[in-house]
Design a binder for this molecule. Structure first.
Ligand SMILES: Cc1cc2nc3c(=O)[nH]c(=O)nc-3n(C[C@H](O)[C@H](O)[C@H](O)COP(=O)(O)OP(=O)(O)OC[C@H]3O[C@@H](n4cnc5c(N)ncnc54)[C@H](O)[C@@H]3O)c2cc1C
Length: 308
């Protein structure tokens, strides 16, 4: 059985997906820096957890964590080391690859004994790759696999580390917590309702919010909508925004450009509302409604109200 190391940052759907994928490859050893991550690793079938305590590790940019992960990788000698494809995951993986003189694959959307799959050019091309130097070191994209719990009682090994002065070059001066609000996070939500340029104004995005709230979902937006100032940039879905993989994705007034599709094409059920019957989004939608979103969405709201 292959030995798979997984870096588990806090809790969350993405980390749960990486643990699930890792389980399909072999015995999983998770690396956790807090109790939440340890609990997630237990819930998603890790056989072992390195529970790291390192005073001040979060006061600095990724350097201290990268050193700790490198040391653990040297010690464990894994067949594969997986991290979530987040900004932090990729910054860590790059440093691991350099420190270990190892190959690296980023934004992987599938992985098995044969190698890794990556969807490139906004999903227009699929590549199959295998690392030829060292072990399989990869960051895994959100939505690459569905998270499946497999609760267990992993052996927990406490690892105490002192942060080295050499890793204290970039100190984090301030952290600002964004107000969470009542809606689920975009990348975690089971339902995402997104609006595009077709929504037409910031004021009219209230309709998208109302539909999202009625379905218990998050709000997303196309880049055209965020660039036009209809909705904040942090809600952009797509190649240069957030990748989402909900059970239900509703695209209203979105044409379905390849860069948008790159961020939502793994959604389980896609519903498109567009007044142009030839809009490319209909080519990938499971259900399509040709119509004006200002006529269609109020009917969705009405129906959702009735079913409450
Ligand atoms: C490098 C690069 C990266 C990019 N990254 C992203 C990204 O991450 N995410 C992203 O979304 N885009 C991205 N884009 C932009 C992308 O190419 C498209 O321009 C963008 O997705 C279009 O957004 P849209 O579908 O909202 O607008 P449009 O393409 O203008 O489509 C609007 C749609 O609304 C419909 N419509 C209009 N009024 C109504 C109505 N009342 N009712 C129903 N339908 C209506 C129209 O028929 C049309 O289909 C990127 C582009 C580049 C070059």
């Amino acid at each position: 059985m292959a030995d798979i190391l997984v870096y588990v940052p806090e809790s969350g759907k993405h980390a749960a997906e990486v643990l699930t994928l890792a389980r399909s490859l072999g015995d999983v050893t998770a690396i956790a820096f807090d109790d939440q991550s340890t609990a997630l690793a237990s819930e998603y079938g890790a056989a072992k957890v390195y529970r790291v305590t390192a005073d001040g590790v979060d006061d600095y940019f990724v350097e201290p964590k990268a050193t700790i992960l490198t040391d653990l990788a040297r010690q464990a000698g894994p067949d594969a080391f997986l991290l979530p494809s987040t900004d932090e995951g990729k910054a860590l993986a790059a440093r691991l690859a350099v420190a270990l003189d190892n190959g690296l694959l980023t934004d992987v959307t599938g992985l098995d004994a044969e190698g890794a799959r990556q969807d490139i050019f906004a999903g227009a091309t699929v590549t199959a790759s295998k690392i030829t130097k060292g072990f399989t070191l990869a960051t895994v994209k959100a939505g690459a696999t569905a998270a499946e719990p497999a609760p267990g009682e992993p052996a927990v090994e406490a690892v105490e580390v002192r942060v080295a002065d050499a890793d204290k070059r970039v100190r984090i001066a301030e952290r600002v917590d964004e107000p969470a609000g009542d809606r689920p996070g975009l990348s975690e939500a089971d339902v995402v309702v997104s609006g595009g340029r077709g929504v037409g104004s910031a004021e009219d995005f209230a309709l998208i919010e109302r539909v999202a709230d009625a379905l218990g979902g998050a709000v997303g937006a196309s880049r055209a909508a965020t660039d036009a100032g209809y909705y904040p940039h942090k809600f952009q879905v797509g190649q240069t925004g957030t990748t989402v993989s909900p059970q239900l994705y509703v695209a209203a007034g979105i044409s379905g450009a390849i860069q948008h599709r790159a961020g939502m094409q793994t959604s389980k059920v896609i519903v498109a509302v567009n007044k142009d019957a030839d809009a490319p989004i209909f080519g990938m939608a499971d259900f399509g409604v040709v119509g004006d979103l200002f006529e269609v969405l109020p009917q969705v709201l009405e129906e959702a109200e009735k079913r409450k």
